[in-house]
Design a protein around this ligand. Sequence first.
Ligand code: ASP
Ligand code: MG
Length: 407
Amino acid sequence: MALIVQKYGGTSVGSVERIQTVAKKIKAFKDSGNQLVVSVSAMSGETNRMAALARVIQDTPSLREMDVLLTTGEQVTISLLSMALQQLGCDAISYTGSQVRITTDSEHGKARIKSIDDHRIRDSLDEGKVVVVAGFQGTDEEGNITTLGRGGSDTTAVALAAALGADECQIYTDVEGVYTTDPRIEPNARKMNTVSYEEMLEMASLGSKVLQIRSVEFASKYKVPLRVLSSLVDNPVGTLITSEENIMEQALISGIAHNKDEAKLSLIGVPDEPGIAFKILKPISVANIEVDMIVQSVSAREGLTNFAFTVHRNDFVGASNILDHLRKELGAMAVQSDDKVVKVSLVGIGMRSHAGIAAKMFEVLHGENINIQMISTSEIKISVVIDEKYLELAVRSLHSAFELDKE
Ligand code: ASP
Ligand code: MG
């Protein structure tokens, strides 16, 4: 008998009819001899709807009260799903995060799970029940209700799977799995059968929105086999995210991620002297602005250099204002800012053992006359910043040059 944790996202439980459909699938799984723990999101649109209600009252409501509000969405779906299961003659019980002691830190709005007490869940499983647990929520040591950040139900499911030592954690969603790139940009994108934790982590942080990043971190840390699959088709296979050793045929490049939320800022002609990076980035970090790529050019003429970095587009205005100040303070020549840039990244653990991937990537972009503004690399990824008008062209030409459309 296998123990499976399943998670159904907002679309999959978006209406009473869909909840009934999901209940049928769950019952079939159970009837074929599995133990099941199911974690669910709120009905699609509900979390946003409630957040909008709060903003009518206050621009910046207290994060604690927001958590009390938003967690109600999941309480609706766990109870309805349990009822739908019971109606089918499948014994089921629902639990909120606090009832199964999903204990988190006290960072309201983005809390991290510290522990889960699996006793109650195991007892209910032993009684032959399907256990339905609210996603996205927990309580801190003092009993305050917390949430795990948007998309946090994925993380609940993986954490439950880790705590229970489940055989697999299945994330049911409205896409068929993880694709080689965004199918809306490249119709020839292929669903991957397997991908390593490490690659999935890069893809999630580089803009692939299939899974909450933290859920992948959790899966990787506790070696939980994680499968992403569609709740809208019959007998889905999906994509298995697992350890590198479990993947038989490792492709050179696994996927191409992109991020449209980038903005680039440069300080031109700053004195090339010790402490300059610190003097520029310190005020940026004090303003709580996260910096992604950083490029400092080799000293140009007369002891001057250029310093450039990227931030999220939401922080573009804030960062520009800081740089305008710094330009005067540091006696720099000019500030150049551009919020019409995107980041395109090639991801694959095959890069570790193969030279020439970067050169090929740059050759492809050159062939399309796309100017590269910034480059950054890690062991398993190469990212470039380019003008946003070339996003589609870059993704498509790289996808075919690296033969990601072929099996
Ligand atoms: N309901 C929450 C959200 O919309 C959590 C989730 O769906 O995973 O972000
Ligand atoms: Mg989601």
